[in-house]
Design a protein around this ligand. Structure first.
Ligand code: GLN
Length: 197
């Protein structure tokens, strides 16, 4: 069961894509939605400042952080990347993020005018991939345990660290399902690692 954080932003598109690949999804809207176990988590794009405040106000933050830190596989896009990042710049939010991904992210890195654009760039292991950016962040710095999956104009826009996959762009808004397939493979791998532990 994949939990999709459904407080705000582009979560429905993730659910549609995951369901088209045969995965079961549950929307996470309040604390009790976290009572049952999850095999994976999607942190969608949207507005990270709003999402951080809602996570705190709804009492969901600590439990989600605990699960991510415990190795729950995560797919994070755009605002979701900002939520995962250990460090952020241009972020005025007084609320914390999960801080489990060892990167420094620059919020609204492309400015307001150039914030939205599309491009096709190579993703490690996947080849050319269509990327849609919407008032996107990029990653300014990544620790050695972070695998850089893609860059645009030299800036890091996709990474993987253990079971966390994080992207500055929005694969759920396109038709290419390969990132979501890679995430589901990660979910299966994490589940079988848990069973044999
Ligand atoms: N600019 C948004 C933020 O700072 C992210 C945009 C997005 O998720 N498409 O949270």
């Amino acid at each position: 069961m994949i939990g999709v954080l459904a407080l705000q932003g582009a979560f429905i598109e993730h659910e549609q894509m995951l369901r088209s690949l045969g995965a079961e999804c549950r929307e996470l809207r309040e604390r009790r939605d976290l009572d049952a176990p999850l095999d994976g988590l999607v942190l969608p794009g949207g507005e990270s400042t709003v999402q951080k405040k809602l996570l705190a106000d709804l009492g969901m933050f600590d439990e989600l952080r605990r699960r991510i830190a415990g190795g729950l596989p995560v797919l994070a896009t755009c605002a979701g990347l900002i939520l995962l990042a250990e460090d952020t710049t241009q972020d005025a939010s007084p609320y914390p993020g999960f801080g489990t991904l060892h990167v420094r992210v620059r919020r609204n890195a492309y400015g307001r005018q150039l914030g939205s654009f599309s491009t096709v760039q190579t993703m490690k292991g996947l080849g050319p991939f269509p990327m849609r950016f919407i008032r996107a962040p990029f990653i300014e710095a990544a620790a050695p345990d972070v695998d850089v999956l893609a860059r645009v104009d030299g800036n890091i826009v996709a990474v993987k660290q253990a079971h966390q996959i994080a992207l500055a762009f929005h694969p759920e808004l396109g038709r290419d399902t390969r990132v979501h397939e890679a995430f589901l493979n990660e979910v299966v791998a994490a589940a079988s690692a848990r069973r044999s532990a």
